[in-house]
Unconditional design. Structure first.
Length: 356
């Protein structure tokens, strides 16, 4: 049987409560002589404190709740979620904390988040890329436990840790422009996602600064999924006047673009250049290796975990925007020789003539 506080107290010749004060780090004053007797007895008996009991005695659970943007059997195959969870796990090990995955409810449901957070006695919650409206923001801001958000620029006053969406997107588009591309499409994530909105707005801004129009048909939403990227790319690349390059809102959608190119017999980058966003592990394994915006997911997740711990200890924290760096690989090159101009007027004229 494991050694208990009672065993230590008996060997040290003190009361169980006095031994408990010493072994739990309780702030109650005890004499140096008594403290040393208890510590010597604990060492002699090989006593190991019950960390859960010690935490609860201090009003803590040593558990941080983890809420991905969706919970289903496919959630942890998503590189962003997988990498964020790995970083949270590593940080929890360093802090001697535990992670509790919140499951069995819709993460966008404010009442569910409130109920589960209190039922589970967590010290704080980290949410990954949540789709949050005003009601959810209000609830999270008023929870009686610390909350931090990874990857949502619309988090308001809640501490959030996000990538520089505008800077990353600008680097991607300017890279394609420098190669000579003028017909550039964009496969965004979701119209109700803050990251998607920021990236698409910056894409449009850079194209406008370059005095280039973007036909509506050169914009698609892929839902951050590989299949969504494939469908959006198929529509763009099957058109009479197709883009010579496409920027995808994440690497998964870029891989879907690779799938679409293969189906249509197109080569990357000779027929269409591709840029992703995330720089996940598979980006170096696809053929050709993907040019993509590096997103420091591990650093963002670690910072969010740190924030929750610091908030739980009464400290203040600041939100942080992390720099985005373009990693140039082999999926981008100059546009194919003889690529025709696809400004909006030309595009719609081509579509009209094809119907006659």
């Amino acid at each position: 049987m494991p050694t208990t506080v009672r065993d230590v107290a008996l060997l040290a010749g003190v009361s169980k409560s006095s031994a408990g004060y010493v072994l739990s780090g309780h702030p109650k004053k005890v004499s140096d002589e008594l403290r040393q007797r208890v510590l010597d007895a604990a060492q002699q008996l090989g006593y190991r404190p019950n960390e859960n009991a010690r935490a609860l005695a201090k009003g803590k659970s040593n558990v941080i709740g983890f809420v991905p943007f969706r919970v289903d059997r496919r959630a942890f195959t998503i590189p962003f979620v997988r990498d964020a969870l790995a970083a949270l796990y590593d940080r929890a090990e360093e802090y001697s904390r535990h992670i509790l995955l919140f499951t069995g409810y819709a993460a966008h449901d404010p009442a569910a988040v409130r109920a589960r957070s209190f039922e589970s006695r967590v010290d704080g919650i980290v949410l990954i890329a949540p789709l949050i409206g005003d009601e959810m923001l209000s609830l999270l801001a008023n929870l009686e436990i610390p909350v931090a958000i990874i990857s949502n620029p619309a988090a308001g006053s809640i501490p959030h840790f996000n990538i520089d969406n505008a800077g990353g997107t600008r680097a991607a588009v300017e890279h394609l422009l420098s190669l000579g591309h003028r017909q550039i499409g964009n496969i965004a994530g979701r119209s109700d996602d803050g990251n998607s909105v920021e990236r698409l707005l910056e894409f449009s801004r850079v194209m406008k600064e370059a005095d280039l129009s973007v036909p509506d048909e050169f914009i698609a939403y892929g839902g951050f999924t590989r299949e969504g990227g494939r469908r959006g790319a198929l529509r763009m690349l099957s058109a009479l006047c197709r883009p010579t390059a496409i920027v995808a809102g994440n690497d998964l959608m870029a891989y879907g673009l690779y799938d679409a190119a293969r189906e249509l017999g197109l080569r990357i980058p000779q027929d269409v250049s591709v840029v992703g966003f995330d720089d996940d592990e598979a980006s170096t394994l696809v053929n050709p290796p993907l040019t993509t915006v590096h997103q420091p997911i591990h650093e963002m997740a670690a910072a969010a975990f740190d924030a929750v711990v610091r908030l739980s200890e009464g400290e203040t924290v600041q939100s942080q925007i992390f720099p985005a760096n373009l990693v140039i690989r082999n999926s981008t090159s100059c546009p194919w020789e003889g690529a025709q101009s696809c400004n909006a007027e030309h595009y719609h004229r081509s579509k009209s003539s094809s119907k006659t």
